[in-house]
Design a protein around this ligand. Sequence first.
Ligand code: 3PG
Length: 390
Amino acid sequence: MKTLEETPLEANKVILRTDLNLPIEDGEPRKTIRFKRYLKTIQKLSEENAKTVILAHQGRPTRKDFTSLEKHSQILSNELNQEVKLVQSFFGQNLEEAINSMENGDVILLENIRFLSEELQNVKPDIHKNDFFVKTLAENTDIFVNDAFSAAHRTHGSIVGFTPIMDSYAGIVMENEFESCKKIRDDLEDPVLVLGGEKPSDIIRMLNHMIEDVDKVLLGGVPGELALMIQGRKLGQKSDWIKEQGFDKGRKDLENLLEQYKDKIIVPKDVKTDSGNYLPENVPEDDMVWDIGSKTQEKYSEIIENTDSVLMKGPMGAFEDNPEGTKSIIDALADTEAFTVLGGGHTSSLVERFNREMDEFSHVSIAGGAFVRFMSGEDLPAIKTLQKYS
Ligand code: 3PG
């Protein structure tokens, strides 16, 4: 992949595909670490006097957070201290005028690119390169920068369509995420994986690819609870909840992994419920499991202290109201000298939630689905396309 260091930016018209998909709270996008990271690339382009045309999405059709980027443009204007105009058109005279009237250092933001149905077609780069909006934007600009690592698993028009027909570069976030995630996936010897969150299917996907090369897997969250159910534990009301949510779908696959790698995969020794801390076999029938228990926290922290590289994906429990288990792991990761990577789902938000600093970890990925797929050994279409055409 070619990187931003390899191209002059001054006076160039740059299409920047970034990812401003943010949690919307009371109608306002929240400025998460994802936003802060991507902002740095926008700042660099502006400071180096490029003319930046930002493409981004928010939510998915039919979802509540599928909104206009109007608020995002206001936030960007405040952060950059310059007007970032929201342009409603993806082609035609309005778009061309907006681009042609830009001065060096200007930044404009195009409306939510998922408002265009062409964008959402899951087709190959060679098909997307003919999308009308892709062709029009490419004709009116000079280079394409893809920074959207967290959307790199999508074969959408703005992710893969420009690279076959334009001089294309990986942005700062894309480059940095790719290098760090690749290091823990492919280069480090015998890392420890701490896997939690809600979706056992994500964990199974990652384990299928990584398990041979890891030292230990510490399970928490729903995957840890499902593993306990496989071992015959009832877990009070939690077992029914897991089934109702459909989180037991991968049960057979997890069972096979537990059987085949019993020496590597470690399940919680105890759990925290509404009424206290219990061994898994003693959880009262009408009780609800929320977190890993205190003995598990101690054991997992000790393993983390004694290893050279650790990857964490997903919290250890319902951390909003039951923070102890997840906090103990985040603290152990922040305090060790090991190479530590956090990623997937909401994992990056745990750093701020538990008052730790980003630089206490080797890498905090801002990606959810893209992180899981990358760690599962799958090609990310954005990266594959950048590599192919560079
Ligand atoms: C994300 O939030 O993971 C990315 O923005 C991708 O969003 P998507 O899952 O809706 O494609």
